[in-house]
Write a protein that binds this ligand. Structure first.
Ligand SMILES: Nc1ncnc2c1ncn2[C@@H]1O[C@H](COP(=O)(O)OP(=O)(O)OP(=O)(O)O)[C@@H](O)[C@H]1O
Ligand SMILES: [Mg+2]
Length: 219
C-alpha cells in the first residue's frame, strides 16, 4: 500500500492545524508497522483513512494499483469488508448478538458459505480462548474477552491488512500482551499489520515505525 501525499483537514473550528498533512508512506505487504505520537497528533485520523472509513481531503491511497480514496463507495465497502480487519480500543461488539454471531457476521455479509463461516468463527474463538463464551453476549464478557472477540471478528474474512488502534489501551499488561501475541500471529500468517501504540516496547518491535507530530510524519 502506498500513502501518497495524503491530507485530511478539519474545519478551523476543530482547533489550529487539526488532522493529518502530506503523509507519504509505503506499507510493505506482510510487515508489522507501528504508529505512535502524542494525543491529537492524527493517529486515528490516519488509520480511518487507510481503513477507507473516511476520505482524505487530498492525496491517494493506492492498494493493488487502485486509488481506494477515489474509488466508488461500493468498492470502498468491499475493501473494508474483505481486505481490512479493524480493531479499536473499545472493541465495539453488537450487544444484541452472541459472541459467535458477532464473529461470524462479516463472513455472512461477505456472502460466505454459512456452514463454513460458522466453522471459521468457532476456530477463531478457539484461537483467542473464547470457545466456552461463544453463546454469551458481549455485556457478559470482561473487557479483555471483548477485545479478543473483536480480534476474532476482525480476522473473520482473512483480511490482508489488520488495523489496530491502541488495542491494548484498556487492558492490563498480561492481557495486553495476549492481544499483541494474537496480532503478531496474524502477521505471521501474512497479514500486514498497523498498530497504534503508546508503548515504546511495542513501537520498537515493528519492522517499520511511523511517528506523528501535529499531523505530520516525523523521521
Ligand atoms: N471528526 C473530526 N472533526 C474535527 N476534528 C477532528 C475530528 N477527528 C479528529 N479531529 C481532530 O484531529 C486531530 C487528530 O485527532 P486524532 O483522533 O487523529 O488523534 P490521535 O492521534 O488518534 O489522538 P489519541 O492518541 O488521543 O487517540 C485532533 O486535533 C482532533 O481534534
Ligand atoms: Mg486516537
Amino acid at each position: 500500500m502506498v500513502i501518497d501525499d495524503v491530507s485530511r483537514t478539519y474545519p478551523a473550528s476543530a482547533g489550529p492545524a487539526a488532522g493529518v498533512f502530506g503523509i507519504c508512506a509505503e506499507l510493505t505487504a506482510g510487515s508489522f508497522v507501528t504508529l505512535s505520537g502524542p494525543s491529537g497528533s492524527g493517529k486515528s485520523t490516519l488509520l480511518n483513512l487507510v481503513a477507507a472509513l473516511d476520505h482524505p481531503t487530498s492525496g491517494r491511497i493506492v492498494v493493488d494499483g487502485r486509488d481506494i480514496a477515489a474509488a466508488p463507495e461500493r468498492e470502498r465497502a468491499e475493501y473494508r469488508l474483505r481486505l481490512v480487519g479493524c480493531l479499536f480500543q473499545d472493541a465495539p461488539l453488537i450487544g444484541e448478538l452472541s459472541v459467535a454471531n458477532n464473529v461470524v457476521l462479516p463472513g455472512l455479509l461477505a456472502r460466505s458459505d454459512r456452514r463454513e463461516a460458522r466453522g471459521r468463527a468457532q476456530e477463531l474463538l478457539d484461537r483467542v480462548g473464547l470457545s466456552r463464551q461463544s453463546a454469551m453476549f458481549p455485556a457478559q464478557l470482561s473487557v479483555g474477552q471483548r477485545q479478543r472477540a473483536a480480534f476474532a471478528r476482525a480476522l473473520m474474512n482473512r483480511p490482508r491488512l489488520l488495523l489496530a488502534d491502541e488495542p491494548t489501551g484498556n487492558l492490563d499488561r498480561a492481557t495486553g500482551r495476549q492481544v499483541m501475541e494474537l496480532v503478531a500471529g496474524a502477521q505471521a500468517e501474512g497479514c500486514t499489520v498497523v498498530v497504534v501504540t503508546h508503548d515504546p516496547e511495542i513501537a520498537a518491535a515493528g519492522d517499520q515505525h511511523l511517528r506523528l507530530l501535529d499531523g505530520h510524519l516525523v523521521a
